[in-house]
Design a protein around this ligand. Structure first.
Ligand SMILES: Cc1cc2nc3c(=O)[nH]c(=O)nc-3n(C[C@H](O)[C@H](O)[C@H](O)COP(=O)(O)O)c2cc1C
Length: 320
């Protein structure tokens, strides 16, 4: 798959996840063969007003390219200004516009998935951003605000406005994360557009990746929650698509080693205290389904520093 000149031979993307796909996690995923990820969504207004938090979300390592930056907002002027600021300040290859976020805090301002109720407004955002952007502009949508949305018309409108790739999460905003992603609708978008279409929603195993890609005919697939605590899924998918080989699941020792690497990266990025707090959720994902998982989780959540965290992990995962 290609986005503009950016080539992604594995056709696999890591989805943007606020609070999850920070630099540390993106780097871990790249070590497992990922070719392109997206930053957490960043507010266009935050960028324009010089908000420190928004700029912090954009620390991208040298080894992370190609990478996509995702912005959100609904004012075409701010969106275009944000694109210009990004170009001046950081290195990235693709600029993605968030039209899928369902959270009340976002949609109440007309941002995220709310844009799916306003095709002309959404088109003017894409049009304005495309005009100033030297990077390919892509859009991430859902299958509508609710069941009544003309999602095909919306997707075509994004293409007409200049989007060079579109990602479709197969749920409406109404569904939030409930029910199942509708890959029939994703297939319909793929059939209706000329630009690359990426399908997204409920890929948690290699089998699901293969089935959903084959069923929908999409150019690429995006995984998000499936990679939480499981970068091995990325390696499984990339390896299978490249060679047809099926890899065995990781051992406890491998999981432990990756947790340690992840910790080191997150501390480097955010310092020990924040790193430790944020690492708690990642560890609980890494150890999901293992024996002693509940015990380890409790211990980890009680630990006050990395040493204590490390000790509980080693003891309870039975790693010498
Ligand atoms: C914790 C979390 C944060 C997310 N943040 C974003 C975001 O910043 N931008 C975005 O476009 N989608 C975001 N998403 C949606 C995911 O990118 C993806 O579309 C969705 O989770 C469905 O894919 P999955 O079934 O593979 O998880 C987020 C999802 C989760 C679970």
């Amino acid at each position: 798959m290609k986005i503009g000149k950016v080539s992604i031979p594995s056709n696999l993307l890591l989805g943007p996840m606020a609070g999850v796909t920070d630099g540390a996690f993106r780097k871990i995923c790249r070590q497992f063969g990922l070719e392109m990820s997206f930053t957490e969504m960043v507010s266009a207004k935050g960028l324009v007003y010089g908000d420190k938090g928004s700029h912090e979300l954009l620390s991208i390592g040298e080894e992370e390219h190609p990478v996509g930056v995702q912005i959100f907002g609904s004012d075409p002027d701010f969106m275009a200004r944000a694109a210009v600021i990004l170009q001046e300040r950081i290195q990235y290859e693709v600029l993605d516009i968030n039209m899928g976020c369902p959270t009340p805090k976002i949609v109440k301002n007309g941002d995220g998935s709310k844009l799916m109720t306003d095709l002309p407004g959404a088109q003017s955002i894409v049009d304005r951003v495309v005009k100033v952007s030297q990077k390919p502009v892509t859009v991430k949508i859902r299958t509508g605000w609710d069941e009544t949305t003309d999602y095909l018309g919306f997707a075509k409108g994004m293409e007409a406005a200049g989007a060079q790739m579109i990602t479709v999460h197969g749920r409406t905003r109404d569904q939030m994360y409930s029910g199942k992603a509708d890959w029939e609708k994703i297939r319909a978008v793929k059939q209706a557009l000329k630009i690359p279409v990426v399908g997204n929603g409920d890929i948690f195993t290699l089998q699901e990746a293969l089935e959903k890609k084959a069923f929908s005919g999409v150019d690429g697939i995006m995984i998000a929650r499936g990679a939480q605590g499981n970068p091995w899924l990325i390696r499984e998918i990339v390896t299978y698509f490249a060679t047809g080989e099926m890899l065995p699941p990781p051992t406890s020792r491998e999981i432990y080693d990756v947790i340690m690497t992840h910790m080191a990266l997150i501390v480097e990025e955010k310092g020990e205290y924040r790193g430790m707090v944020e690492m708690r959720k990642h560890i609980s994902w890494y150890i999901k389904g293992m024996k002693n998982a509940a015990l380890v989780r409790n211990e980890i959540n009680r630990s006050r520093n990395f040493e204590e965290m490390h000790r509980s992990l080693v003891q309870l995962l039975d790693i010498g």
